[in-house]
Design a protein around this ligand. Sequence first.
Ligand SMILES: NC(=O)C1=CN([C@@H]2O[C@H](COP(=O)(O)OP(=O)(O)OC[C@H]3O[C@@H](n4cnc5c(N)ncnc54)[C@H](OP(=O)(O)O)[C@@H]3O)[C@@H](O)[C@H]2O)[C@@H](O)CC1
Ligand SMILES: Nc1ncnc2c1ncn2[C@@H]1O[C@H](COP(=O)(O)OP(=O)(O)O)[C@@H](O)[C@H]1O
Ligand SMILES: [Mg+2]
Length: 256
Amino acid sequence: MNLPSRNSRSHKGENGKVAVIAGSRDYTGAPALASKAALRTGSDLVKTLTSKDIQDTVASYSPNFIVRSYPGCYLSPNGVKPALELVRWADVTLMGPGLSKPDTEALKQIFQNSQTKWVIDADGIKPAIEVEVSNAIFTPHNGEVKYITDAYGSIESFVEQTGNVVVEKGSTDKIYSKNGVKENNTGTSAMTVGGTGDVLAGIIASLISQGLELQNAGYTGAVINGKAGERATETYGSGMLATDLIENIPGAMKNI
Ligand SMILES: NC(=O)C1=CN([C@@H]2O[C@H](COP(=O)(O)OP(=O)(O)OC[C@H]3O[C@@H](n4cnc5c(N)ncnc54)[C@H](OP(=O)(O)O)[C@@H]3O)[C@@H](O)[C@H]2O)[C@@H](O)CC1
Ligand SMILES: Nc1ncnc2c1ncn2[C@@H]1O[C@H](COP(=O)(O)OP(=O)(O)O)[C@@H](O)[C@H]1O
Ligand SMILES: [Mg+2]
């Protein structure tokens, strides 16, 4: 796979800076899965913003993480300022995995006061639709798609009206953009294990941080996620974990 070449004069951060705003008391894994996936996909720096009560837990998962926090157990109004600072630092921000019960108004303020590229997953999807976020790629599973279709009738009209990209996840992923729909059939049924969608979101964010356009990042990310899942399934079968998938990202990237 050809990403922008790493010339000898590149400096830290030049190969992608990703912000991950994710996690809560209810989900300590999601921010780590998304952050590690972004690093394994090749971003230089990933900064993870999560709730204070799980900051040390998430940081303890890897010395490769840079973990910041806002007070409390869930995203609330006091999370807006640190979030806006992090969004300004990053090339792209992943918002949503594991937020569980975020303060919707705070989430909307972050969207409305930022000019950036977004990957929006899980609990970030509904608020983002409601404030008409643009320059974004959404990654809903079959249950989360309803937030888009309830508001726009269909995914096609959503992408047409907003210019956003949607990866509708499933055994076949469908990547919708203004240029039409592309399908990805890579992957295995072992990938229904929890966390593989958090991993996909991290992969896509990383690709955008390394210079890919939204639609290309969505399709290529889905292919990488699936190929990494195939490799992990060869080793672990139905016992495959989302963490196994992450370790297979570099190998998967070599063969696409
Ligand atoms: N280790 C961690 O920290 C992990 C953290 N995670 C975080 O968990 C949060 C919730 O994620 P989630 O919506 O995927 O989970 P879950 O609460 O089962 O479903 C909620 C509702 O949606 C439905 N539904 C689900 N999938 C569906 C589908 N494919 N197609 C159709 N329907 C589907 C489901 O329906 P049901 O299965 O009950 O019939 C239920 O009604 C999210 O923030 C995520 O980031 C996860 O990534 C896992 C690992
Ligand atoms: N049968 C399958 N074959 C291939 N990939 C699958 C299959 N089922 C799910 N996936 C993949 O697994 C991921 C599931 O995403 P998601 O439901 O958000 O998981 P989670 O929220 O637990 O991380 C998606 O990337 C999807 O493409
Ligand atoms: Mg998910």
